[in-house]
Design a protein. Structure first.
Lengths: 313, 338
């Protein structure tokens, strides 16, 4: 670690902290959208989660400034492999003598990107299909849900292997699409169940009696009331996508080596987990941190969307 | 009645297919009535007699399946049969020309939107107002329905309001586009008595101010007596008696109406046990043969079991007073068996 990278890291931390503080201040101000922000920040953990996510995003964006080494360079395969953490190598080196910290920093780009985009795609698709099936019922529901059954029954790895055969080595966008297209089945079931019960509610009948169009009823009246489970499933979805990416990398069909992702860092270094645990623990902790932070933020979003006052537990 | 007919309902049949093929529930069976401009028409009857299904059928809000409105039914509004209208045109009627308020103010408002957003919605959809104009209109409506501090209340969520306030908000939502017809389905059932009186007075006041017609659906004859011009009594999916409110209370003709009136506790009568109509409304899948009220009727004789009476003019100086009862033709049989 050079002085410059420490400095960049410090700036990233300060920026993340200031960002959260600025939002909090906005939340404490009265009027306008302030009420929502105030509810968002009701739990301390939400601030922490948001701070950690912001920090990770800044790190991913500013990776060249924060990583002291080229993430793919094998520094000295004889003398510097599996080095424990030190001032030079903050998180040690891996089995091929690459700097774990630099790889984790660059890996954040791919992993966060795939996690966010893949989960976003999966949740949007699942919500759309679930809402349509649940609202229209009858044959539309039957067709869509049988489709979901098929999707759930097919092994996802098998589908992705076929996709690899088609694309001949997955570029980033293709990987996101492949993951998005195969991860929405659970969400659609969940959303359908919510919509099935919500559509019977009096306020939906009341909206129909007011002449509101069907699309508007689904998106304005039904889905906002189902926001809580959708958001939770999105937060969990990011974690699942990160893990899926890891297993794809493990099978050698994810992002191509030597480019780092948190998933393939774990996969590559799994054999030396006893002798050099840092090279697997660091990306593992990063994944865990993202999932926990997302859950904390998801709680906040849920509070922000739910107008009922609830005391923090 | 010199006013023009606004809403004409003829031979309305709404049936429900019950699960497992146990038969068809004939919830509303050949119901006909007229709603004149500017009047309040009460529809009364006990639970399960088809009042709510009738009101939902008018705007085609019956869940389909299992429900369906049979061909041959007619709901004519403004010269058009609402039952034959394509959905986009029907939507332009809903909330705009015919509006509806519901029984349960607690669940009929969307919990995640402010009341202002919900009142403004119909104005935005039907009158294409801008958000700002719709908000101003919503404030105006809140003031009209008697909610104090409308500028502040508009940003409140439904759970922050009491039941009576929420029903006022529902009324504001329904009236935001100045509808010609307001269907009020038991608007006060879920409210306590003092609030009930306030809401009904508010409805009366708004009806005269805005010149609309109100279809007031209730099981409470007291509500009808105070607020309706004419009354349609329903039993077992059928209209059994139609009359002006005065005529109905002075000379109830159908034994069911008689029973309903006798069941109202009176403050000026000597204290005695309350009268109750024996039995219950039969299941809609198996209405009795002949007159549907005969199993519970104190006067019924063989003819009532064999043959269902049509709606008969009662005469007696009150035109438009009709009853579906053979007693109209054989008044001497009005002697209770028990």
């Amino acid at each position: 670690m050079t002085l410059g990278t420490w400095f960049a890291l410090g700036i990233a931390l300060v920026l993340a902290g200031e960002f959260v503080r600025a939002l909090r201040r906005r939340g404490l101000r009265q009027g306008g959208g302030g009420e929502r922000w105030r509810r968002f920040f009701r739990h301390r953990t939400t601030s922490w989660g948001l701070g950690i996510l912001t920090f990770l995003v800044i790190v991913a964006v500013a990776a060249p400034l924060i990583a002291p080494f080229d993430p793919n360079r094998q520094l000295d395969i004889v003398h510097l492999k599996n080095q424990p953490p030190s001032w030079t190598f903050l998180f040690g080196t891996d089995v091929l003598s690459r700097d774990v910290w630099s790889r984790a920093v660059y890996g954040a780009r791919v992993s966060l990107g795939i996690g966010a985009l893949g989960a976003l795609m999966a949740v949007s698709l699942g919500t759309l299909v679930g809402a349509i099936a649940g609202y229209y019922q009858r044959w539309i529901d039957a067709v869509l849900m049988r489709g979901v059954d098929v999707g759930l029954a097919l092994p996802r790895i098998f589908i992705l292997l076929m996709a690899v055969a088609l694309w001949d080595g997955l570029p980033f966008a293709a990987l996101v699409i492949a993951i998005g297209l195969t991860s929405w089945f659970g969400t659609s079931r969940l959303v359908r169940a919510e919509v099935l019960s919500l559509r019977q509610q009096d306020f939906v009948v009341a909206a129909r009696a007011l002449g509101v169009q069907t699309g508007r009823i689904i998106f304005r009246h039904v889905l906002p009331n189902a926001a809580a489970p959708i958001i939770v499933s999105a937060a969990l979805g990011v974690g699942n996508v990160l893990l899926l990416e890891a297993s794809l990398s493990f099978l050698g069909i994810g992002i191509k080596p030597p480019d780092p992702t948190w998933g393939n860092m774990i996969a590559d270094n799994a054999p030396s987990i006893y002798s050099a645990p840092w090279s697997t623990i660091v990306p593992g902790l990063a994944i865990a941190l993202v999932v926990m932070s997302l859950n904390a933020v998801a709680d906040g979003v849920q509070d922000a969307l739910d107008p009922h006052e609830r005391e923090p537990v | 009645m010199t006013n023009p007919v606004l809403l004409r309902v003829r031979d309305l049949k709404t049936y429900f297919v019950t699960e497992h093929g146990k038969g068809t529930a004939r919830a509303v069976d050949e119901v006909s009535f007229d709603l004149y401009a500017g009047e309040t028409l009460g529809i009364v009857g006990e639970s399960g007699c088809g009042k709510t299904v009738t009101s939902l059928s008018i705007l085609r809000l019956i869940p389909e399946p299992p429900g369906h409105i049979l061909p041959g039914s007619l709901i004519e509004f403004d010269g058009r049969n609402l039952l034959a209208l394509p959905l986009p045109e029907l939507r332009a009627v809903r909330g705009n020309q015919i509006a509806m308020i519901f029984q349960e103010p607690m669940t009929s408002l969307n919990p995640v939107f402010t009341v202002g957003d919900q009142i403004a919605e119909a104005a935005i959809i039907h009158q294409h107002l801008s958000r700002g104009a719709a908000r101003a209109r919503a404030i105006e409506m809140l003031r009209l329905v008697g909610i104090p501090d409308p500028e502040e209340r508009i940003d409140h969520y439904p759970h922050q309001l009491s039941g009576g306030m929420r029903q006022r908000v529902m009324i504001a939502m329904a009236l935001v586009c100045n509808p010609k017809v307001l269907i009020a389905d038991e608007p006060t059932t879920a409210l306590d008595v003092t609030i009930q009186a306030q809401i009904l007075e508010l409805l009366d006041k708004l009806r005269t101010e805005l010149g609309m017609a109100v279809l007031l659906i209730t099981h409470d004859l007291g509500v009808v007596a105070g607020h309706a011009d004419r009354v349609v009594v329903m039993y077992a999916g059928r209209v059994v008696e139609t009359a002006s409110t005065e005529a109905l209370f002075e000379r109830p003709t159908h034994p069911y109406t008689e029973g309903l009136l006798a069941a109202v506790p009176r403050i000026d009568a000597p204290r005695s046990r309350l009268h109750a109509i024996p039995g219950q409304v039969p299941a809609a899948t198996a209405w009795p043969t002949g007159c549907r009220f005969h199993p519970r009727c104190p006067y019924a004789w063989d003819k009532c079991v064999a043959q269902e009476p049509p709606l008969l003019e009662t005469g007696g100086g009150a035109p438009g007073h009709t009853a579906r009862c053979w007693l109209v033709t054989e008044p001497e049989r009005r002697v209770p068996r028990r």
